[in-house]
Design a protein around this ligand. Structure first.
Ligand code: TMP
Length: 203
């Protein structure tokens, strides 16, 4: 069964590591799978990514930022995510709509309903089957090398605390699976794999 699976959480919470490990594991089990990311994932999306994350563009207005993330997402859903799922390919995606609610909505102080509305337009209400929400108490940005910070990562500690708070306070929904990301990679991987097994993602 092909599933649309997204990985959500603060910067440095281990999403990429886990998406890579799961991708390799699914390949080993002969599951048809691709791995992609947001912003980006398509030619147009990657150009938008360069624009949004450019350190030099510090004057970017927060509405512009929200619309650019949504624009990248719209292209991604139509050009890559839906066609792959239709072909029976499972799609692993680092970040999706929840990231915009966390960063452009809660952390930037814009109305969550408005950010949700532009994303509903961008995705035409398309939703993941599984959303892994990586929760952690620590500010995890410290795991990365500061010299490589992008425009969003350069935001204040307070901004990143808000992002973490948003993810930590999410209420359960049917497709949300909360993962305690403060544990070892092996433990987190085991948790994610058992969710995939119970949701039919391994066949
Ligand atoms: P990445 O480091 O996970 O590739 O994401 C790039 C940055 O973009 C990261 O700091 C989170 C941020 N981001 C948003 O602010 N809103 C979004 O909708 C997405 C997808 C990412």
């Amino acid at each position: 069964m092909s599933l649309f699976i997204t990985f959500e959480g603060p910067d440095g919470s281990g999403k990429s590591t886990m998406a890579n490990l799961i991708y390799e594991e699914l390949l080993k089990r002969n599951v048809s799978v691709i791995k992609t990311r947001e912003p980006g994932g398509t030619r147009i999306g990657e150009k938008i990514r360069d624009l949004i994350l450019d350190n030099d563009l510090s004057e970017m207005n927060m509405r512009t930022e929200a619309l650019l993330y949504a624009a990248s997402r719209a292209q991604h859903v139509e050009e890559k995510i839906k066609p792959n799922l239709e072909k029976g390919v499972t799609v692993l995606c680092e970040r999706f709509v929840l990231s915009s609610l966390a960063y452009q909505g809660f952390a930037r102080g814009q109305k969550i309903e408005e950010i949700q509305a532009i994303n509903d337009f961008a995705t035409d209400f398309f939703e993941p089957d599984i959303v892994f929400v990586f929760k952690t108490d620590k500010i995890t940005l410290g795991r990365k090398d500061k010299g490589s910070y992008d425009r969003l990562e350069l935001e204040s500690t307070d901004f990143h605390k808000k992002v973490t708070k948003f993810y930590n306070s999410l209420e359960k929904k049917d497709n949300y699976f909360f993962i305690d990301a403060s544990r070892s990679i092996e433990e987190v991987f085991k948790d994610c794999m058992s969710v995939l097994e119970s949701e039919g993602g391994l066949s």
